[in-house]
Unconditional design. Structure first.
Length: 276
């Protein structure tokens, strides 16, 4: 069993056993048939992953590694808000006729701000600080920009990263306001673990801890039987993570520069209903 499996199983069981049901409350999401999508939720879930020990992929079922990495590069490297620059179709529901998701995610990371050192966007500011002042306690990004919320087709779920260097290791806290545990939990954990590895490497550091803070960790009502079956499955050892050691510039990374080896998993769950 991987450590990610253990955390995921324990988190899901805790939500199922002790979570609060939103049934009957006024909720926004709906199922495809128009009925309201209720959840069982836990507030303030915190999961810690030590990337120096093993990678964070579940083995209970396969996480779409390449697609997850493609999305995180779409946000952090391309700083894009257009689905035509993304290989998967996970954002199609939120895009307008031109493919834009509004002033969300990558758009915010690409906005340049005035600093004492000059104009930089948030990603370049992180890279600059990790090179010039790595022990700063001010290295962070935040894409939950209130003045632009009305122009976002979806408010950011994972909205903030805080980076912190301890000795020669780069650690990070990922803050997430809300998470659909079945569809998105390991997807987000995997892609931000890859991001941490990438930024650590180009900064001359080693990947340390990823701390994932979820304000509202929920399982949708129609996902409950799927989650119960999933967490009862056989598990396998964590896969081996490889990152191209030749890459020294964050903007040179592609999806081919990272991979998972020896990734043994259970069967994928197909046709998961998604609430929007």
């Amino acid at each position: 069993m991987s450590y990610a499996d253990r955390l995921f199983i324990d988190m899901c069981q805790d939500i199922l056993d002790h979570g609060y049901s939103t049934e009957g409350e006024k909720v926004r999401p709906k199922w495809e048939d128009g009925s309201y999508a209720y959840t069982i939720k836990r507030f303030g879930v915190v999961n810690r992953y030590d990337l120096s020990k093993e990678f964070t992929a579940l083995t209970l079922r396969r996480t779409a590694f390449k697609s997850a990495v493609d999305e995180i590069l779409w946000i952090w490297q391309k700083k894009s808000n257009n689905i035509h620059e993304l290989k998967s179709h996970i954002w199609d529901e939120w895009a307008d006729a031109d493919g834009s998701i509004g002033k969300a995610y990558g758009y915010q990371l690409g906005v340049k701000h005035q600093y004492k050192e000059g104009m930089m966007d948030q990603v370049d500011r992180v890279l600059f600080d990790l090179k010039e002042n790595p022990y700063s306690r001010r290295i962070m990004t935040n894409i939950y920009v209130h003045q632009d919320l009305h122009e976002m087709n979806l408010y950011p779920c994972a909205y903030s990263m805080t980076f912190n260097v301890t000795d020669d290791k780069l650690n990070a806290v990922l803050n997430q306001r809300s998470q659909d545990i079945l569809t998105a939990n390991n997807w987000n954990v995997v892609q931000y673990a890859v991001l941490l590895h990438m930024i650590a490497q180009v900064s001359g550091l080693k990947a340390g801890e990823l701390v994932h803070v979820i304000a509202d960790a929920h399982i949708y009502d129609r996902h409950i039987p799927l989650v119960k079956e999933l967490i009862s499955r056989e598990t396998y050892p964590a896969p081996d993570f490889w990152i191209n050691p030749e890459i020294k510039n964050f903007y040179d990374f592609t999806t081919d520069d990272v991979r998972l080896d020896n990734y043994q998993t259970g069967q994928q769950i197909k046709n998961i209903p998604v609430a929007v």
